[in-house]
Design a protein around this ligand. Structure first.
Ligand code: ADP
Ligand code: MG
Length: 250
């Protein structure tokens, strides 16, 4: 028989390989049964791999910051339906390649909720990617100029979840709207997209500079989609106001 350590390395059980001695020691101390020991050993390999996979998925995602659903204060933003968010965090929408649109004024938590769902998806093993609309546009236009648009499109179609943040802050010209349309069409019914916007759907014609293309984009995006309309105060302003109160008491 091969040496145990060699065997573990040949089988590429890297995490088990690192912890083998400790695990064996603990097992004999705790007087573990064969079955329990095998279970503990394989669990440690699994946990290591899962953690590494998650870290790499989160790194590739390029999230601007990380927040969780647990950190979202629903009492401050009652227009966000807890039940809808709980349903979304079950990630069925990703299995079904459906979209999520988060609408509302600045500071109400659109990016927070989008990031929290993306982290949940990464934890569940899905590939995720986060891009502001501005970043998406510069990326696509650069790729087009350099004659590698198709390759870039493939990279953007690949993630099971793509977050496109801040639609509507910058108006698009025809060329940009058409690139956006191509991306939406490619992902349609294949993979999920979460979009955030400060503009209501009726204003999307203005964003895309063309009512016809805006309608075509919305048609695909909203065919299978959950829309969360957030109406309320900015959390950033609330925090500033709170800070103000504290200052005035000094
Ligand atoms: P938006 O994208 O709608 O402009 P953000 O998601 O960037 O708003 O939220 C602004 C800041 O306030 C972030 O730090 C976010 O984590 C926080 N925030 C917003 N809403 C809530 C909330 N209801 N509970 C906890 N933190 C919130
Ligand atoms: Mg935002």
């Amino acid at each position: 028989m091969m040496e145990l350590q060699t065997l573990v390395e040949k089988l590429k059980l890297d995490y088990l390989s690192d912890s083998l001695d400790t695990l064996c020691e603990q097992a004999s101390k705790k007087d573990l049964g064969y079955r329990e020991f095998l279970h503990t050993a394989l669990s440690s390999e699994w946990a290591g791999r899962h953690q590494k996979g998650l870290e790499s998925r989160l790194k590739q995602a390029r999230l601007p910051w990380v927040k969780s659903l647990e950190q979202f204060d629903y009492s401050f933003q009652p227009s966000v339906d807890k039940k809808v968010m709980r349903e979304l965090s079950g990630l069925g929408f990703i299995e079904r390649a459906e979209n999520v649109v988060l609408l509302g004024p600045p500071g109400v938590g659109k990016t927070h909720l989008a990031i929290a769902l993306a982290v949940k998806a990464a934890e569940a093993g899905h590939r995720i990617m986060f891009l502001s609309l501005e970043k998406l546009m510069t990326t696509l236009k650069k790729a087009q100029q350099e004659n590698r648009l198709e390759r870039q499109m493939q990279l953007l179609v690949y993630p099971k979840l793509l977050v496109l943040d801040e639609i509507g802050y910058l108006p698009m010209n025809r060329e940009e709207a058409s690139l956006f349309f191509r991306l939406v069409t490619r992902r349609y019914e294949k993979a999920s997209t979460i979009l955030t916007s400060n503009k209501s759907f009726s204003d999307w014609g203005e964003i895309f500079g063309d009512q016809v293309i805006a309608t075509a984009i919305l048609d695909r995006l909203l065919h299978h989609a959950t829309t969360v309309n957030i109406k309320g105060e900015s959390y950033r302003l609330k925090e500033k106001r709170k800070a103000g109160l504290i200052n005035s008491k000094k």
